[in-house]
Design a protein around this ligand. Structure first.
Ligand code: GLY
Ligand code: MN
Ligand code: MN
Length: 461
């Protein structure tokens, strides 16, 4: 946990952003795996973590804007719990760790909310994403659960986005620590990527590395020789020479700050000609994308620049044709690069995504596109100092997508379908780094993870 001042300052800042009423933060509850007392690993809600820091279930926090007071609700453990869980700090003690003096049992929350409703004061809350939280809110506010999302406070959502997007120095440090653990995960995966190994052996090993550093993975490990499926969570294939292994994996720590890194390597450790050629195109897009990151630049422009670089590279190889800038403008590259260039990273691996992705990534200046490919870009607006973004271009040969486009002869002036056919069995390549926007440009965070062909072949030797 950070020092109490970090949480005090954050709550103070948030209160200054909201005009009146109270702000209600419900912490997460335990979620059963297959029966009530056999639960998934507990994960605190990111907003609760950000403003109240405490990392166990059944807590709630309230900020009274009008009275300028902070409240923490939670129950002290009793002997029945202590027998199973050991002695725990009292709620009073826990409150002091985060600078909250007013602590009350959880049952008092109902009364406070009822009084606030009676007074006709506004109750602000952020979008809930778990059934348990929706039911809790529904009971507290006396609103049918299906109507809860409609009551979410837009001023609160906007204020939280404004604050959480700009990372504090202490947050950047935590994220860098997690990228350093990702360095261990990815270099281990590279060394294990030999013919005959089953994907799950590597996936299990690198997830174990994350756990051995104290946190879980920040999202289910993506590790596959079928990298053309973007979020491939199947780990049952045996590695064979000629395929490439895409590993998209990161971890989070006890404070829940995440890393998110992708590397793609040739099974056996040596790129063949075709693999090297496509890899260099993705690497160039990754490097040019990173180069373009600085305050004031709309991320949509960075995405389009990377898309143009991909079109340029594929044109040079003969897979595309015509003017690459024109091809990218018309979306021809989306046959190979159908996703966005990146997303914010922080307490959530897709930071703040649950808060309303359009409010996070778009505004009146940059509106989300509805076009295939560009519509998947999670963030388009101007970058600011303190943002952390992933830069993750890729090239994928998705047979089902090729079939559809080819049948329609879609954008055939830019795509050499005859040659694309010969790449149907290629798979996919993605390269992802986590990049901080600095005052004058950017900094790629963490210990550099092998990325060039030479660095990867050297490590895998
Ligand atoms: N880990 C999923 C992504 O890179 O967005
Ligand atoms: Mn990723
Ligand atoms: Mn990512």
């Amino acid at each position: 946990m950070f020092s109490s001042n970090v949480y005090i300052e954050r709550r103070k800042k948030l209160k200054a952003e909201i005009s009146n009423g109270i702000v209600l933060f419900l912490g997460n509850q335990e979620v059963p795996f297959n029966y009530p007392s056999n639960t998934y690993s507990f994960r605190q809600d990111s907003n609760f973590s950000y403003f109240f820091g405490l990392d166990h279930p059944d807590l709630a926090g309230v900020l009274d804007i009008d009275e300028d007071k902070d409240f923490l609700f939670g129950n002290d453990v009793e002997i029945d719990d202590i027998i199973w869980m050991g002695k725990q700090p009292s709620m009073k003690e826990q409150g002091l760790k985060i600078g909250v003096e007013n602590t009350d049992p959880l049952s008092s929350l109902n009364e406070m909310i009822r009084n606030t409703l009676k007074q006709g004061r506004k109750i602000h809350f952020a979008p809930p994403y778990r059934g348990e939280t929706i039911i809790w809110l529904s009971d507290l506010l006396d609103i049918p659960h299906l109507l809860i999302q409609e009551q979410v406070s837009e001023p609160l959502v906007k204020a939280i986005i404004k604050m959480r997007m700009k990372k504090e120095a202490v947050e950047i440090k935590e994220i860098e620590k997690m990228i350093d653990v990702a360095w261990k995960m990815h270099t281990t995966a590279m060394k294990m990527a030999k013919p005959g190994v089953i994907e799950q052996e590597i996936a299990g090993t690198i997830e174990g590395i994350a756990l051995s550093y104290g946190g879980p993975v920040s999202f289910p490990v993506i590790l596959s020789i079928n990298g053309q499926t973007l979020h491939n969570h199947h780990h049952g294939n045996t590695l064979v020479e000629g395929r490439m292994l895409v590993t998209d994996a990161g971890c989070e720590n006890d404070l829940h700050y995440a890393s998110d890194i992708t590397r793609t390597v040739p099974v056996g450790g040596k790129f063949n000609r075709r693999q090297k050629e496509i890899y260099e195109v993705v690497l160039n897009a990754n490097l040019k994308g990173i180069d373009a990151v600085k305050p004031g630049v709309p991320f949509k422009e960075v995405h389009l620049l990377a898309a143009t670089e991909i079109a340029k590279g594929l044109t040079a190889l003969g897979l595309m044709r015509g003017d690459p800038a024109e091809a990218a403008k018309k979306g021809a590259h989306t046959l190979f690069f159908p996703h966005g260039l990146g997303h914010p990273l922080g307490l959530d691996v897709h930071d703040l995504e649950g808060m309303n992705e359009d409010l996070v990534g778009y505004n009146e200046e940059v509106i989300r596109s509805k076009e295939f490919g560009l519509s998947s870009l999670r963030f388009g607006r101007k970058l600011q100092e303190g943002f952390i973004m992933t830069i993750e271009p890729g090239i994928y040969f998705i047979p089902e997508l090729i079939d559809i486009w080819k049948a329609e002869n879609k954008l055939a002036e830019f795509i050499n379908y005859d040659m694309v056919e010969t790449y149907r069995d290629f798979g996919g390549i993605r390269i992802e780094d986590d990049v901080l926007v600095t005052a004058t440009g950017h900094r790629v965070l963490g210990k550099p993870i092998p990325k060039t062909v030479a660095e990867i072949e050297n490590l895998m030797k």
